[in-house]
Design a protein around this ligand. Structure first.
Ligand SMILES: [Ca+2]
Length: 398
């Protein structure tokens, strides 16, 4: 209903002679949308005074929509992504942060079981250790995305959550700055995450994730991971070596086996050591069978709660290992993951989507979602379920 009303308003404005791409046209539609939003926010428990204060300076931000649409484009190759996620500057910055905030992080780790280096790695990925927390007015960002973004409903909920933060007095509208996607503070919390999981790490009664002091944000990050089910003592994942001739159809996040079974299949740690025992785990091949292989357990999924992309989780995990003194990933990366060009991988994702198997955004990265789609396709055709992308599969889907 919300979308329909918006389209009616926009349609009327377009008919009145406003150009489709005109900022004036968008601003007028946005202002009309805000009127309807106020009523829905009131119904969700936001007081009139909060709305007056919170929405006073709200404006349409065309750049936010431009960046939101750009996210859907081709993803970076995994090795480039990891080189930037765990750059030498970021590893050094993480080690410095670990030293500087060691006492705080130690207390946080004791309380939540989340290792200091994992919290610091997220801090590094999200804001370069507080250096880039974002300077966009979050209310306007969220209102723009709720008005016109790809996931309008989700962002309207986030806008209401942001207004609740104001209403509860946690922040002023001026303090609530963040990214072009509405994420706030040192570890880029969305407003709903803040409301559900932010904690006071300094003991002064505030939950300030925005200010220069990172302690509330760091404590909140660990509290969030704990709430998502973080298991103390379990790594995010470990790099493993697969024996020659290993069947890639045995890999995939959901295909879990015991340490004994994997060891029996010839799987070892990448450095040749024996596998650790953290219960049943799966093996993922983020760049296909000729690239690195990682064994993962529950904490991999916990980190996906922060950002669903496998590449993000591997980036945070690997950065945390490096900050703690670990070495680089041992395996090289293939030029063509799964033996396919980027265009072929994107075409495969599009064809799977068109055939009704959700392979996700066709960005050329066939991760666990794409592999699940392939397994579902194979099952529907009575084929052996491998989840393995290939040119032959691409052609079969034509
Ligand atoms: Ca505080």
């Amino acid at each position: 209903m919300r979308v329909d009303r918006r389209q009616v308003v926009l349609g009327a404005l377009a008919g009145a002679g406003f150009g489709v791409a005109s900022p004036l046209w968008a601003q007028a539609g946005f202002d009309a949308w805000l009127g309807g939003f106020r009523a829905r926010a009131r119904a969700a428990g936001i007081r009139r005074a909060t709305l007056d204060k919170g929405l006073a300076g709200a404006r349409y931000l065309p750049k936010v929509i431009e960046l939101d649409q750009r996210q859907a484009e081709v993803a970076k190759p995994m090795q480039d992504y990891l080189a930037s996620a765990a750059s030498s500057a970021r590893i050094t910055g993480g080690q410095r942060a670990l030293h500087k905030w060691g006492d705080t992080l130690g207390r946080i780790e004791k309380r939540t079981g989340v290792p200091a280096e994992v919290v610091v790695a997220i801090w590094g990925m999200e804001s370069s250790f507080g250096g880039f927390r974002g300077s966009q007015p979050v209310i306007s960002v969220l209102a723009t995305l709720a008005f016109e973004g790809r996931r309008a409903g989700r962002f309207e909920d986030e806008l209401i959550a942001a207004l609740k933060i104001l209403q509860k007095g946690h922040a002023s509208p001026g303090q609530m700055v963040g990214s072009h996607a509405g994420a706030m503070g040192h570890t880029q919390f969305m407003p709903s995450t803040y409301l559900a999981h932010a904690v006071d790490g300094t003991g002064d009664g505030t939950r300030d994730i925005w200010g220069n002091d990172p302690r509330d944000a760091l404590a909140s990050t660990a509290a969030y991971l704990k709430a998502l089910g973080w298991r103390k003592g379990q790594p995010w994942g470990v790099e493993v070596a697969l024996p020659a001739g290993f069947d890639p159809g045995l890999t995939g996040r959901v295909l879990k086996r015991s340490r004994k079974d994997w060891t029996g299949l010839g799987v070892r740690l990448a450095d040749g050591g024996t596998l650790p025992d953290h219960g049943k785990g799966g093996i993922i091949l983020p760049a296909g069978p000729r690239g690195p292989a990682f064994m993962i357990w529950e904490n991999f999924q916990v980190l996906k709660g922060y950002n669903y992309a496998d590449s993000y989780v591997i980036g945070v995990g690997h950065l945390s290992d490096r900050i703690a003194g670990g070495g680089p990933i041992r395996s090289g990366f293939p030029d063509r993951p799964w033996g396919m060009t980027t265009d072929q991988r994107m075409a495969l994702q599009r064809r799977l989507n068109a055939a009704g198997f959700n392979a996700g955004n066709p960005d050329g990265v066939i991760g666990e979602k794409g592999r699940a789609a392939i397994r579902a396709y194979e099952a529907s055709r009575g084929l052996r379920e491998t989840g393995v992308p290939s040119v032959a599969l691409l052609e079969a889907l034509n």
